[in-house]
Design a binder for this molecule. Structure first.
Ligand code: HEM
Length: 375
């Protein structure tokens, strides 16, 4: 599959706000319309879903408004005590490991926290949470084999269909029940059945794999840059500085598939992106653009004046709807972890940390750490 990868911060920002760039393959991607994109393609689910993520213009506004209505800042702020509670429980479990025995901070902390939060928000029953976690992980696996891609789609829609029917039978104070009930202010219409399932798929999966990687990247960045951690501990920098610099330095979603040119788009250097061409938003590269961040762009520096200049949450019409939830989770989790374990250290050399191995997500397979010095 061919696509233009846009890795310049300025150009990406401009294109994300350009009405000549669409996310709807049904209207604007000839290869998709002509049936040339196979279902087994690992990105298929990213482009073929029917929700705000792949909608354009007014249709996008309609779908986004229905979700935004259920996803209010009040509801996000009300999550804080629950996030603190889950964080405390996970840290107790991490702290229970015998001194000198490494704990994987990804599977024991960075991973379960966002999953518990999002499953609580959507009222996902305990018994489905593990299945959901495994299927969403697979959605982010750009190297998945065709059989895995097909199995993931079946499993994911099975879990979501069960969730919707249980909430129809017994509505609760959760976002799934709200989305079932949501009606457009313009014409009173509800989400269609496909839109409902695909919107749940989007919000639930967007809500955790991304935040898992923000936590993983912030933890590993601080453990490998003790001088930066010292700045937060002394109060010379804030946890928000850590969060923004982490998002800039290692965007949780380094590549976002896909967008399509609605018309020919001429760039300043004379290049033309032709109508119907596919476009990949290279959020990871844009965060390290030397044009903006200078020749230290690759360094992790929480005092950098341009730390907030990143596109890790996207930009324009499709700007992340969960940004305040993601920031809240990181603002609770990170200080709690580093306060609870003042001697926290990686249990392996920095270069032994293995990347996830997918172009869709920046993170590590495992983050082995020691919570206290070995005795
Ligand atoms: C660190 C955590 C997160 C990161 C890095 C992130 C990143 C992004 C990015 C890059 C986009 C733009 C996609 C595009 O280019 O079209 C996006 C959109 C979105 N995000 Fe997030 N996200 C995070 C957390 C969350 C959470 C916690 C939720 C919800 C619970 C969420 C829900 C959404 C939704 C619904 C959209 C689609 C918006 C639209 O198409 O109009 N995200 N996110």
């Amino acid at each position: 599959m061919e696509a233009w990868s846009i890795n310049s911060f300025e150009l990406l920002k401009r294109l994300l706000n350009d009405p000549r760039v669409s996310k709807d393959p049904n209207q604007h991607w000839p290869a998709f319309i002509n049936g040339e994109i196979p279902q087994e393609w690992p990105f298929f689910i990213w482009v073929a879903v029917s929700n705000m993520f792949t909608a354009y213009g007014e249709d996008h506004m309609r779908l986004r408004k229905l979700v935004a209505k259920a996803f209010t800042p009040r509801r996000t702020a009300a999550m804080r005590p629950r996030i603190e509670e889950i964080t405390g429980e996970l840290l107790d479990a991490v702290g229970a490991a015998p001194a000198g025995e490494p704990v994987d901070l990804r599977s024991a902390f960075a991973h379960p926290l966002p999953i518990e939060v999002i499953c609580g928000l959507f009222g996902v029953p305990e018994k489905s949470r593990d299945g959901l976690r495994r299927t969403v992980e697979s959605v982010f696996n750009a190297a998945a084999e065709p059989e895995e891609v097909a199995a993931t789609q079946v499993a994911l829609y099975g879990l979501l269909t069960d969730l919707v029917s249980s909430k129809r039978a017994e509505p609760g104070d959760d976002m799934t029940s709200d989305l079932i009930e949501a009606r457009s202010e313009d014409d009173g219409s509800a989400l269609s059945e496909t839109e409902l399932l695909d919107t749940l798929l989007l919000t639930i999966s967007a809500g955790f794999e991304t935040t898992v990687n923000l936590l993983d990247n912030a933890i590993t960045a601080l453990l490998t840059h003790p001088e930066q951690l010292a700045l937060v501990r002394s109060g010379e920098a804030t946890w928000d500085d850590v969060i923004d610099e982490t998002l800039r330095w290692r965007a949780p979603v380094p590549h976002l598939p896909l967008r399509y040119a609605v018309d020919d788009i001429e760039l300043a250097d004379g290049t033309t992106i032709r109508k119907g061409d596919a476009i990949l938003a290279a959020y990871g590269a844009a965060g390290r653009d030397p044009e903006l961040h200078g020749d230290t762009a690759a360094d992790f520096d929480i005092t950098r004046p341009t730390r907030r200049d990143h596109l890790a949450f996207g930009y324009g019409a499709h700007y992340c709807l969960g940004v305040s939830l993601a920031r809240l989770e990181a603002n609770v989790a990170l200080p709690a972890l580093f306060e609870r374990f003042p001697d926290l250290a990686l249990a392996v050399p920095q270069d032994a940390l293995e990347p996830l191995g997918t172009m869709l997500a920046n993170g590590h397979r495992v983050v082995p750490a020691l919570t206290a010095p070995a005795v």
